[in-house]
Design a protein around this ligand. Sequence first.
Ligand code: SF4
Ligand code: SF4
Length: 298
Amino acid sequence: MVSLNNKAVIPTKFELDSEFSFRCHPGCACFTRCCCNIEILLTPYDVVRMKQRLGLSSTEFLKKYTRFEEDAKTTHPLLYMRMDAENDLYCPFVTPGQGEGKGCNIYSDRPAACRYYPVGQATHRIMDDKNEQPLHDEWYVIVKEDHCLGFNEGKKWTVADWRQDQDAALYDDMNREWKNIMMKQDLPKVDKNREKRQQMFYMASYDLDLFRRYVTESRFLEIFEVPPSTLDTIREDDIELMRFGFSYLKYLLVISQELKLKPHVAEAQTARIAEMRAQEDAAREARIAEAKRAKGKQ
Ligand code: SF4
Ligand code: SF4
């Protein structure tokens, strides 16, 4: 999503039937000014659409057009479009200026955040009463920046109409499961596998061509149960691979066991955990016994 500058956001919670006035077209004096010096948060589906559009592998796309940050709260990897430092921080996909031939060069594959603008999407994490799965509640805000003249143009929209006009519902459907995963915050504070986990998280979310090779060419298939029909599909289909990646992320973050370990791996893992617990119990008992001995000597 476009980063929301608090001063620019009308602080009202908009629902799908809320109305606003707006029109954006190449004749606007401000045309393409919103494609400059902004933070555009990218989702897995955004990456799939853009890398396919540009005929690049995900690895090439990520290297050339994105930057990565760690979320301060969750440590999850966040991906942003990298503005072009050699071109006044314009988006690499814009031809700046007004009129014909100017604007977004990947318009039909632009990211969800660009589709929604000037509507900002906000998400709140709530829990499902029945099975304690996180769900998210979506609402909207209007991002009104001084340079944007589209609010003076007078065309009326509801948020729902805008969303339909911008073909944003498909993006929401594709991104919803991933957003739920991203909202998992109760990760271990001290995690010796954190760096490794974050690399895998990044790969399964954004670098799908690399993830495909990881699934098909590493020991992955010796560890996880992957039905042959699933394997055939994810070899060819980026969207199915993306969804498979979500199952892997849920395994990685201990959210659910959609992706199953092979029985012998699961048994070995259970035995390892039992052994670790026994060692911890023995160490604790030794500490207690030592403390009692020390107290007895006083
Ligand atoms: S009207 Fe607003 S959204 Fe449209 S080009 Fe101008 S600044 Fe961008
Ligand atoms: S992807 Fe297109 S719409 Fe989005 S900032 Fe870049 S040029 Fe503008």
